[in-house]
Design a protein around this ligand. Sequence first.
Ligand SMILES: Nc1ncnc2c1ncn2[C@@H]1O[C@H](COP(=O)(O)OP(=O)(O)O)[C@@H](O)[C@H]1O
Ligand SMILES: [Mg+2]
Length: 367
Amino acid sequence: MGLLQLNFDGLRNLQTVDMAPSSRINVINGVNGSGKTSLLEGIHILGMGRSFRTRQLKNVIQTEAPYVTLYGRLAGEPQVDLGVRRLRSSSELELRVKGDKKARLADLVETMPLQLINPDAFRLLEGSPSGRREFLDWGVFHVKHNFLAIWKRTRRALKHRNALLRHGRIEPQELAVWEQELATWGEQMDVLRRAWFAEFLPVFEDTLDQLLPLPGLTLRYARGWDKKRDLAEVLHASRATDQQMGFTQQGPQRADLRIKLNKQPAIEVLSRGQQKLVVSALKLAQGRLLESASQRHCIYLIDDLPAELDEQHRLRFCQLLEDMQCQVFITSVEPKALMQTWQAQTPVSMFHVKHTDRGLSQLTPDG
Ligand SMILES: Nc1ncnc2c1ncn2[C@@H]1O[C@H](COP(=O)(O)OP(=O)(O)O)[C@@H](O)[C@H]1O
Ligand SMILES: [Mg+2]
């Protein structure tokens, strides 16, 4: 798996992109502001239907362009064509997966698993649980196939329960119906998340060991409600306080990954650099588990690694990436920083993003 071809039109400051990436490592060089992050952003939108830089996709449309079109072809038997288009005049996102005009976001996401490692991603440990929950569910979604349906049912039940809690006069019967629904699907979500976590943990520990051994570091999955009671019981018992708060306080929507060093929250004891390596190990372990559990590969988008990791750890990080069979797009402002990193047999392509006299930037193969 991997992208064979990319064609972007009307994306930020990039002139029409026509790129044939290598199946493995793609290094994108260019000065600040040339458009390196924009290229990764384009691939991210193609695989996730959303940007990592803005909530408003209209911001990625090139100034004065009527739309942005992103097209990619994935290797495989058969090859898979993916397309995303956003018009300036409409808030709708048009998706195409294998020619299907009715493709949904989940089809896109399932077809092209992506992992992003950028300066924001390095804040995974310090940020709110929602980022870690998203990380957890990415893994469960790609490895456990019935997760999406269960996740949707859970979310629907939670929405209804919360709406009822905020309502002045509660119909106990109606509340009980949604509570039952939430308890049933929430428990199932926990089963899948727990099963995924049991597979993930040893892969993470092995990855971290190779990057930066940190004895005493523990990673734990917290399901979001009392360990000893089932969800139905918890929901029932917390009705009164949930009603006061106006939302459901415990449940799968509060799941988290807890990272500690010698029983203290990792965020309070690890250095900034150590935190980045723990996050790197988490992100690499996702791809490694996907490969071993489903023989699928994810595409790594890595923004400005030389600015984030020191040379020694950057090398180890890149070796782990090379050990996987995944495709990588990695940007750098220093052309030399990522040149000697790779082994001779690994296919590496270098690209350059350069300003042109029309005010836009052009991507060209380098060397
Ligand atoms: N919608 C847009 N249309 C045209 N140019 C844009 C748009 N959005 C951002 N830019 C410009 O695109 C350039 C590329 O930024 P970026 O991809 O972050 O560069 P790099 O990662 O190489 O530093 C910036 O100079 C920015 O001002
Ligand atoms: Mg950038």
